[in-house]
Design a protein around this ligand. Structure first.
Ligand code: ADP
Length: 609
């Protein structure tokens, strides 16, 4: 620290105060309006860091009081002396309006409480107010083993205190720059103020080296307390304009600072008074505020003071610092976990419900399939029943032919006109007719057989031709069936062929029924096959009486029939079958001609996945 000593001590301040008092009394005696402000205005409270005790500080700072009171006669100036902790508490309690402290504490209070410098002390013998405070790390001159700061590894080092700015922290930064940490010393003793203790410890060999503020050695030597030649400064530096031995870089001088609550007009008055204050006999004065960023840099490097949190890397420290974020984070995490568990439970519950529903649906579908198969079987039997009369007739033809050939053979044998050629021809005919009858029976049996639905790939045209042949074989006077095959070559469907044949037989039989009353020549059914977009289209057209539009709406309803012996199930079954194959079945009245056309579609095989 650079003490500021006034030229006249306390007596000037006292004299000025006395004069002011006399003046006030005189004014009162003359019954003029009193200068009420001087008595009622609160005092200007300045807190001063004084680690050497109030008495020493009083001698240093009282000229400042004198000057301020002279500059602001209406205000009283009260200096209060504190140690480092006391001054901090005073700032916290707003017990002072201004503080004068070392650069280190100023930077800390600036970060913590927002104190703001208004002037910086200007000391003699330093390059500038920004380069005024430094440390000297001293050792006895006869210690040849100690020259640089890095030589102190494993040595005993003394300093005033961990919080001392020039007395330790400034040197600490230099130790670190040279790769030595306080832990690397054999011992680090903090001996407290006054700083001469450090010098004494070094001189007596109690410590190998000591940290003191720069210029202390020179001041003590000037006072005759020691011989400069007995000591040396480790890692000495030369700074232009700085006359003392130095081991560190230089930092700004002491500032005077306002607190956030300090009245701005008062701050301006004090700043103006300080800047206009003449230099003391020893050359001390106040100047514009210096830049204290270098002090912040030091704290940041050492991770102390306002930057102490940088060393707090433990979980506890992080928790202390970031607890609102952590609280929020854990709250979100807990919420998320609760939400996830709930969603998981819901998913489980819904999956179970869904599985049950699917099982029920599968069971229902299986039941429906069984019913459908049963129903299909019955409907086929019903078609056969309806066709049975005509079947007998159909079978009669080959049987009659067989009987004919057999009888003619018998006759030829009886009449002696029997030749082996006759026998061979009759036998061939009999065999052919028997085969024809067998074919009819076989197809009927295949159609009537109870079976499980099977899908296979078949050319659509073949299916239609087979159904037409079966139909022709079943009816005695079956209408002519014309098949117009406009399908692309090789057009196939994937279908239950028996079911599709059933649909075709139903449509053909209905067409034949509708044309019952027409003369045989006019009884023609046209079946047209073509490709339509993604489907194949099968249209069965008759020339019958058609149906009244009112009835058309009910065509596909079960048990709708206009026939005396009809069951009214054929078309509804056909619709079910076609839709189960992914197609559609509908009816249209022939445009401009009698009769109806029943059309159904089936997906083209190349589109079946
Ligand atoms: P069913 O033949 O036993 O009556 P369907 O379901 O096959 O049962 O037919 C229902 C009704 O639809 C028939 O009774 C008839 O009135 C009508 N129908 C079906 N096809 C034709 C058609 N080609 N022309 C006119 N009416 C028809």
């Amino acid at each position: 620290m650079n003490p500021w000593k006034g030229p006249h001590g306390r007596c000037i301040g006292a004299r000025i105060r006395l004069r002011a008092l006399l003046l006030v009394m005189l004014v009162a005696v003359l019954a003029r309006p009193p200068a009420a402000y001087a008595q009622t205005a609160p005092p200007v409270r300045i807190g001063v860091l004084a680690f050497l005790g109030a008495e020493v500080a009083e001698s240093i700072w009282s000229p400042l009081v004198t000057h301020l009171e002279a500059s602001m006669p209406e205000r009283r100036v009260v200096l209060t002396y504190y140690d480092v902790d006391g001054l901090r508490q005073a700032v916290q309690r707003r017990a002072v309006d201004f503080i004068i402290t070392n650069s280190g504490q100023y930077a800390a209070l600036e970060s913590e409480f927002g104190v703001s410098r208004i002037a910086t002390l200007e000391s003699p013998g330093v390059p500038s107010p920004s380069q005024a405070i430094g440390s000297a790390v001293i050792a006895r001159a006869d210690r040849r083993d100690l020259n640089a700061l890095s030589d102190l590894r494993g040595k005993r080092v003394a300093a005033v205190g961990e919080d001392a700015f020039g007395g330790f922290q400034v040197a600490w930064r230099e130790f670190r720059r040279q790769g030595v940490e306080p832990e690397d010393f054999a011992r680090l003793d903090f001996l407290g103020f006054p700083m001469q203790r450090i010098v004494t410890a070094v001189a007596s060999g109690q410590a190998d080296a000591g940290v003191v503020r720069a210029c202390l050695l020179e001041e003590l030597a000037r006072d005759g307390a020691l011989r400069l030649a007995d000591f040396k400064v480790l890692s000495p530096r030369r700074v232009e304009g700085f006359a003392c031995g130095l081991s560190s870089e230089l930092y700004p001088d002491w500032p005077i600072a306002t607190l956030p609550h300090t009245d701005l007009r008062l701050a301006k008055a004090v700043a103006t008074a300080l800047l206009s204050m003449p230099a003391s006999s020893k050359g001390y004065a106040w100047t514009v505020p210096a830049d204290y960023r270098t002090v912040h840099d030091l704290f940041r490097d050492l991770q102390i003071g306002p930057y102490a949190y940088l060393r707090e890397t433990t979980l506890q420290a992080l928790a202390r610092r970031y607890w609102p974020f952590l609280l929020f984070f854990f709250a979100v995490l807990a919420g998320w976990i609760v939400h996830t568990v709930r969603v998981e439970q819901q998913v489980h519950a819904r999956t179970a419900a869904l599985r049950e529903a699917l099982a029920q649906r599968d069971a229902a579908e299986a039941g429906m399939r069984a019913h459908q198969e049963q129903f299909d079987h019955l409907s086929r039997l019903s078609i056969l029943g309806e066709l049975s009369g005509t079947l007998a007739h159909e079978l009669n033809q080959p049987l009659a032919a067989i009987a004919n050939y057999a009888q003619s053979l018998v006759r030829r044998l009886d009449s002696g006109r029997y030749t082996p050629e006759n026998l061979a021809e009759a036998s061939r005919e009999i065999a052919a007719q028997a085969e024809r009858a067998g074919g009819i029976v076989h197809r009927i049996r295949a159609f009537a057989r109870k079976r499980v639905a099977v899908r296979e790939r078949r050319p659509l045209a073949d299916l239609v031709r087979e159904a037409a042949a079966l139909f022709g074989g079943m009816l005695p006077n079956a209408p002519r069936i014309g098949i117009a095959d406009r399908l692309p070559p090789g057009a196939q469907v994937e279908a239950d062929t028996l079911q599709i044949e059933q649909v075709l037989l139903n449509l053909l039989k209905n067409a034949a029924d509708a044309m019952q009353d027409l003369p045989p020549d006019a009884r023609v059914i046209d079946v047209a096959l073509e490709r339509e977009a993604r489907n194949y289209r099968i249209a069965v057209r008759d020339h019958g009486a058609g149906l009244a539009p009112a009835s058309t709406r009910h065509l596909f309803e079960p048990f709708f029939t206009t026939k005396p012996d009809g069951m009214g199930l054929g078309l509804s079954i056909c619709k079910t079958i076609v839709e189960a194959h992914g197609g559609r079945l509908w009816a249209e009245a022939n445009a401009g001609a009698p009769g109806m056309t029943f059309i159904f579609t089936l997906p083209a095989d190349d589109l079946i996945p």
